[in-house]
Design a protein around this ligand. Structure first.
Ligand code: BES
Ligand code: MN
Ligand code: ZN
Length: 508
C-alpha cells in the first residue's frame, strides 16, 4: 500500500503584504519590481521608478530602451544592481493593466523570482482591486511547483511579496484576502492533481478531502466500499472493482453564516478517478501517461469547497466526489456488463474507458435524491473530444438553463478560466439508448455531447450545468499562470461564481 508519509514536504506559495511605502522606502528586500506601461512614444515607468533610479544611480529608462521594451504584459527587463538596498531591479510590462494583463505580469514575474527571498513591487498600485487580485493570483500560480525528489525541490517560489505604493493599503485587505483564497484554491487543486497515483488512491484522496474540509470548517462524510455497496452505488463500485484500492464517495457540506430555510443549495459533483488505465478497453501509453490527473474535477470541487467561507459564499453548497481507480484485473468490469446506478437506473458498459460518467451518474443521482439542491453542477475531465473541439486553453460546458449559463460566463470572464458553451443537441439524445439497459455508456460521436446526454438523465430536471475540462486539465508548457503539467483548472471560476453577491440570480 502506498504510504502518505513518503511524499516529501512541498513548496508553499509566496506570502503577501500591503504597504503604502515605495520600494526605496522599504528596507531589506532582495528585488524591486516596477511596472512598465506601454506609451505612444515608448514605454513609461510606473510609481517608485524615479525614486529607485535616483537611489541606485541607474538609468532605468535607458535600460528599457536598450532592451527595446514595449511594456506588453509579462515582458521583463532585469537590471542587476550593486547596492546595499537591493540586488536586482525587475521592470515588468503591465500591458493595458486589465486583470488579464496583470495576472500575466504576476506569473511572469513569479518565474523570474524563483529562489529569491523577497520582492517589493508597485505593480499592483496602478490597478483597481480586481487587477490587484489578478496580479496576486498570477504571482501565486506562476510560482507553483511539485516535486518528489530525494534532495528537495529544484526551485522555490519567492518567499515574500510586498505590494507597495498603496496609500489605501488598509482598504485593500479584503481584495488581497480574496485573491489569496482564489489563488490558494487553484494551487491546491493543481497540487492534488500532480500527486502520482501510487500514492493517490481513492482512500488517500478521501483522507485529503476530509483533512482539507474539516480544517475549513466543513462537515465531511466518507463512504467506504461497504457502505457504497449497502446503499447501491453500482457505478462507483463497478469502476473501482478492478483496483487493489477500493473506491470512496466524499460529501462536503458548507452552510453560510445566517443561513435560513430559504437559503438555496448548490450541489457540486466532481470526477475523482485517481487513475484511468481505460480498464479492459485499455488506453494506449501516450493517452494513459497523464491519467493520474483524471481526478481533476474532484480536486476542483474539494479546493472550491474549502475556500467558500473565504469568499463569503451566500448559498449552501454540497460537494460530492466519487473516487475510484479505473484499473485492470480479474475483477474489472467487462465490456457488455450492465450496472445498476444509485437510484436504480441501469447502464450497459460498451466501453470501460467511458468510466467517468458511470461514477458521476451515481453521485448526481444521490445529489438529486438526498441533497435536493436548487442547482446541480458537475465538473469532470470527461471526454478527449473536448481537446479537438476547443484546444487546450478552453473548457466546454453544457447547461440546461440559460440563466445559469449567464452566471457561469460572467464568472469565467472575471476569473480568467475560459469556458465555451456547447449544445445539448436534441436530435442526438436518442444515441445513448441501449438494447439491454436504460442507457449505453459509450454512445459514440459526438463524444462530448453524448456524454453530456448520458449525465443529463441523472440531473433530475434541475437547472444543471456540466463542465467538461478534459481539454484544459494539462498544460503542455509553462504559460501565463499555468505551469507545465496538471492545471488545477476550475476553482477560480467556481469561486468567482459562488463568491458573487447573488450566484443564483436569474436561476431560482
Ligand atoms: N479520462 C478520460 C478523458 C480524458 C481524455 C481526459 C484525455 C483528459 C484527456 C475519459 O475517461 C475517457 O477515457 N473518455 C473516453 C470516452 C470514450 C471511450 C467514449 C474518450 O474521450 O476517448
Ligand atoms: Mn476513461
Ligand atoms: Zn477518465
Amino acid at each position: 500500500m502506498a504510504d502518505s508519509r513518503l511524499l516529501p514536504p512541498q513548496v508553499s506559495p509566496p506570502e503577501f503584504a500591503l504597504s503604502p511605502a515605495l520600494p526605496h522606502q522599504v528596507g531589506g528586500a532582495e528585488v524591486w519590481a516596477l511596472p512598465v506601461l506601454p506609451g505612444d512614444d515608448g514605454p513609461l515607468l510606473g510609481p517608485g521608478a524615479d525614486e529607485a533610479a535616483e537611489r541606485l544611480g541607474v538609468d532605468l529608462l535607458g535600460a528599457l530602451e536598450s532592451a527595446r521594451a514595449t511594456g506588453r504584459a509579462g515582458e521583463l527587463v532585469t537590471v542587476p544592481v550593486v547596492s546595499d538596498d537591493v540586488r536586482l531591479v525587475v521592470l515588468v510590462g503591465v500591458g493595458d493593466q486589465s486583470p488579464t494583463d496583470l495576472r500575466r505580469a504576476g506569473a511572469s514575474l513569479a518565474r523570474a523570482l524563483k529562489d529569491r527571498a523577497s520582492v517589493v513591487t508597485t505593480v499592483a498600485s496602478i490597478a483597481p482591486d480586481e487587477a490587484l487580485a489578478a496580479f496576486v493570483v498570477g504571482t501565486m500560480l506562476g510560482s507553483f511547483g511539485f516535486h518528489w525528489r530525494s534532495d528537495g525541490p529544484a526551485e522555490r517560489p519567492v518567499g515574500r511579496v510586498v505590494l507597495a505604493g498603496l496609500p489605501d493599503a488598509e482598504e485593500r485587505d479584503e481584495a488581497l484576502a480574496r485573491a489569496i483564497a482564489l489563488g490558494g484554491a487553484g494551487w491546491r487543486s493543481r497540487m492534488l492533481a500532480s500527486v502520482p497515483s501510487n500514492l493517490k488512491n481513492p482512500g488517500w484522496l478521501a483522507e485529503q478531502a476530509r483533512e482539507i474540509g474539516e480544517a475549513a470548517g466543513l462537515e465531511v462524510t466518507v463512504w467506504d466500499e461497504e457502505r457504497l455497496a449497502a446503499e447501491g452505488f453500482g457505478g462507483i463500485l463497478a469502476v473501482g472493482a478492478g483496483s487493489a484500492t477500493p473506491p470512496r464517495l466524499v460529501r462536503m457540506d458548507y452552510t453560510p453564516h445566517g443561513a435560513s430555510r430559504r437559503t438555496p443549495t448548490v450541489a457540486l459533483v466532481g470526477k475523482g478517478i485517481t487513475f484511468d488505465t481505460g480498464g479492459l478497453d485499455i488506453k494506449p501509453p501516450d493517452n494513459m501517461l497523464t491519467m493520474k490527473r483524471d481526478m481533476s474535477g474532484g480536486a476542483a470541487v474539494i479546493a472550491t469547497m474549502a475556500a467558500l467561507r473565504d469568499v463569503d459564499c451566500p448559498v449552501r453548497v454540497v460537494g460530492l466526489v466519487p473516487m475510484a481507480e479505473n484499473a485492470i484485473g480479474g475483477s474489472s468490469m467487462r465490456p457488455g456488463d450492465v450496472i445498476r446506478h444509485y437510484g436504480g437506473r441501469t447502464t450497459e458498459v460498451t466501453n470501460t474507458d467511458a468510466e467517468g460518467r458511470l461514477v458521476m451518474a451515481d453521485a448526481m443521482a444521490y445529489a438529486v435524491r438526498e441533497v435536493e439542491p436548487d442547482v446541480l453542477v458537475d465538473v469532470a475531465t470527461l471526454t478527449g473530444a473536448m481537446k479537438v473541439a476547443l484546444g487546450l486553453n478552453t473548457a466546454g460546458y453544457f447547461a440546461s438553463h440559460d440563466g445559469l449559463a449567464a452566471r457561469f460566463d460572467a464568472a469565467s470572464a472575471e476569473s480568467g478560466e475560459l469556458v465555451w458553451r456547447l449544445p445539448l443537441v436534441d436530435d442526438y439524445r436518442e444515441r445513448i439508448t441501449s438494447k439491454v439497459a436504460d442507457a449505453d455508456n459509450s454512445a459514440g460521436s459526438p463524444m462530448a455531447i453524448t456524454a453530456a446526454h448520458f449525465l443529463e438523465a441523472f440531473s433530475g430536471d434541475l437547472p444543471w450545468l456540466h463542465l467538461d475540462f478534459a481539454s484544459h486539465a494539462e498544460a503542455p508548457a509553462d504559460r501565463h499562470e499555468w505551469t507545465q503539467g496538471p492545471t488545477g483548472f476550475g476553482p477560480r471560476l467556481l469561486l468567482a461564481w459562488l463568491g458573487s453577491d447573488d450566484p443564483l440570480e436569474g436561476v431560482v
